[in-house]
Write a protein that binds this ligand. Structure first.
Ligand code: HEM
Length: 248
């Protein structure tokens, strides 16, 4: 009976497996990795890089961020919920073993696994980092002056330092390669040539993020700013030039 040869192929296409709802959530997962989560990551690296200009510059940047209007709203809807969604759905994709290798045409399995593992490790790091910096110890929202001191004290612990290094590398890798994936998935890069170009760009993004992250961590070990107190002295030049009365 030729007419009944392919009954399974009939139906309303958007409701078939892998389409419809899951297609929507997949796309949302992909988009959320760029906006707002990726944008937040970029902002976070830039804001923290102010530490390379010294404790006062760092405190000013923290004060600016914590003084933004509707801060709680921005945190919850701009960071926590999107990040939670991207992470939890990311674990779901991972453990369901969704084969999405067509988005990884240039290097296949290794990068496919690396994208999952870097996401998972970054998730552990971000949970710990958010707890220690935002929800325990000195309250930075009401005490931005103490920001440099707080990070500096934490980084004295070699395990914490190692975790920062791992967190910086995994988040940078995941985001940078995520840019490449995003462009393949959304049809922005279609040819092999454009994908290779995008891969080169993503590699540069990863190197730039890691370099900026490491320079930021190193700033907290700069002898000029050693033992920065919780309450910064009122005259910035004294502390930042290391002259008498500063932090030596
Ligand atoms: C620093 C925070 C994060 C940023 C900036 C970020 C960003 C991105 C970006 C831009 C993509 C590419 C989007 C796409 O696939 O089209 C992506 C993919 C992915 N992310 Fe994240 N992500 C973050 C955290 C996480 C976490 C914590 C997980 C949890 C496991 C995760 C799991 C995944 C997975 C599984 C993919 C690949 C999806 C696929 O192959 O289809 N991400 N991420």
């Amino acid at each position: 009976m030729a007419g009944l040869a392919s009954p399974v192929a009939r139906g309303v296409p958007p409701l078939r497996a892998g389409q419809g709802h899951s297609f929507f959530w997949r796309r949302l997962h992909s988009l959320s990795g760029i906006v707002p989560v990726g944008v937040f990551l970029l902002e976070h690296f830039i804001s923290n890089a102010f530490a390379t200009n010294g404790p006062h510059a760092y405190a000013d940047q923290v004060k600016f961020l914590t003084g933004l209007p509707f801060l709680i709203f921005l945190e919850v809807f701009g960071i926590y919920l999107p990040l939670l969604y991207h992470s939890l759905y990311g674990f779901y994709i991972w453990f369901r073993g969704d084969s999405n290798l067509s988005s990884y045409p240039l290097h296949g399995n290794f990068m496919y696994s690396a994208q999952r593992w870097t996401g998972g490790i970054a998730f552990l790091y971000m949970g710990w980092h958010t707890y220690t910096m935002r929800f325990s110890g000195i309250h930075l929202i009401t005490n931005s002056q103490a920001a440099f001191h707080k990070v500096q004290v934490e980084l004295q612990n070699p395990w914490a330092l190692a975790f920062y290094v791992i967190g910086i590398i995994t988040a940078s890798w995941h985001f940078a390669y995520g840019l490449y994936l995003f462009c393949s998935k959304w049809g922005i890069t279609v040819s092999d040539r454009s994908r290779k170009g995008m891969l080169a760009f993503s590699t540069l993004v990863a190197i730039a993020f890691i370099a900026v992250g490491f320079a930021t961590v190193a700033a907290f070990f700069n002898p000029q700013w050693r033992n920065t107190p919780e309450k910064l002295p009122s005259s910035p030049p004294a502390i930042e030039s290391g002259t008498p009365g500063g932090q030596r």
